[in-house]
Design a protein around this ligand. Structure first.
Ligand code: FE2
Ligand code: FE2
Length: 374
């Protein structure tokens, strides 16, 4: 067990980490590691509450992992969802909303509202000595899960401070889980809104929804292969489906013309870029700003021979350069009224030629080839 000052410091640091880290998996993993070292525990596991049950989410226990392997541990835990209520230690903790300290797992008094289930130890060969189970309680007092620490050093002589620190820790994790869940839901809602809006722009084309989904996934993977940070990769993923949103204003007789367009018609068709940018003008979010750049510049070429502005090289926003590769690749490999789909290898060859001829950014195409080849 660390001393009180260290503990306070670790708690503060955890608070900072939890409030800045929005990916729930990274967050929980870090949390368990911190909990183990902070409270001198051999292992830690975390369960989230859902419809009256506790579901295993994540663990950190090197000793157990040595015995069963990471997959083995996960399977062993996963097979055991726990009912919230008296009976089991974790179920009771979530039900009562207060910590449960068990200093000798194999000698729990008969009148306790819970008992220790030995089957896990029996099947895994692990030896549970003691357990501290803490409810993850939000500010409103809602229990969103429990954090269970196992085989803690000196648990029988835990100070009040240590106990309070443990509960504070549980509360911090609860708030972070709540926020992360909310953020994830918001993101999903945002993505759905965007793709629906984008699909509305091309409603007449039944293939469009699939095209948007695929091209946004390619855009994300290419951006990732280019080494962009996770946040930027995500922005490109969410913004890319809006690349052709300006087509909403292109008259049907041009947009849906089965044959090739004449010069005048092409001129109208090309305006979908500036119209898209106009729809997305004065963005209030980073996401909308990315979408505007992409809508405006996804037909620019690296050699300056694209449209609408004939800008070149680095003057073209990076996201738009990524999206142009993804968009063309998907168009090539898809069936269109006027053409059969190209096989992937042929499409990759065309993209490669496009880079050589100044259509695409060669660095981005290189990253694309790295993932397309695999
Ligand atoms: Fe376009
Ligand atoms: Fe497209």
């Amino acid at each position: 067990m660390t001393n009180d000052a260290d503990m306070l410091e670790a708690l503060v640091n955890t608070g900072i980490l939890l409030s800045s880290e929005h990916s729930i998996d990274v967050l929980l993993e870090q949390t368990l590691k911190t909990a183990r070292s902070l409270f001198g525990a051999e292992g830690a596991s975390l369960y989230l509450a859902d419809s009256g049950m506790l579901h295993f989410r994540i663990f950190s226990n090197p000793v157990l992992e040595d015995k069963l392997g990471p997959e083995g541990v996960r399977k062993a835990y996963k097979a055991r969802p726990v009912k919230i209520g008296p009976g089991s230690i974790s179920g009771y903790t979530a039900y009562a909303g207060e910590s449960t300290i068990v200093t000798d797992a194999y000698n729990i008094p008969g009148d306790a509202p819970y008992s220790f289930n030995t089957s896990f130890d029996k099947s895994s060969g692990y030896k549970t000595v003691n357990l501290a189970t803490v409810p993850m309680k939000t500010r409103k007092g809602k229990v969103v899960g429990v954090l269970q620490l196992v085989n803690l050093q000196g648990l029988d002589s835990f100070s009040d401070t240590a106990m309070r620190a443990m509960e504070a820790f549980g509360a911090q994790v609860a708030v972070a889980v709540e926020n992360a869940t909310l953020t994830e839901e918001l993101k999903k809602a945002q993505y759905e809104t965007i793709t629906r809006l984008a699909a509305a722009a091309e409603l007449k084309d039944p293939d469009t929804g699939d095209h948007l989904r695929r091209m946004s996934e390619y855009s994300r993977d290419i951006a990732d292969a280019c080494g962009l940070d996770e946040h930027t990769v995500e922005l490109i993923y969410y913004a890319s489906p809006l690349h052709d949103v300006g087509k909403i204003a292109i008259p049907d007789d041009i947009l849906l013309k089965p044959g090739p367009l004449d010069d005048d018609e092409w001129e109208v068709m090309r305006t979908h870029t500036v119209i898209g940018a106009d729809i997305l003008r004065n963005p209030h979010s980073e996401l909308a700003a990315y979408a505007r750049d992409i809508a405006l510049c996804h037909h620019e070429r690296i050699d300056g021979k694209g449209y609408p502005s004939e800008i070149k090289g680095d003057d073209i926003p990076f996201a738009a350069r990524v999206v142009s590769v993804a968009d063309v690749f998907d168009a090539l490999t898809s069936r269109r009224p006027y053409k059969e789909p190209f096989p992937a290898a042929k499409a990759i060859e065309i993209i490669n030629e496009g880079a050589a001829k100044g259509q695409f950014d060669p660095e981005i195409v290189k990253a694309f080839l790295g993932i397309a080849g695999s």
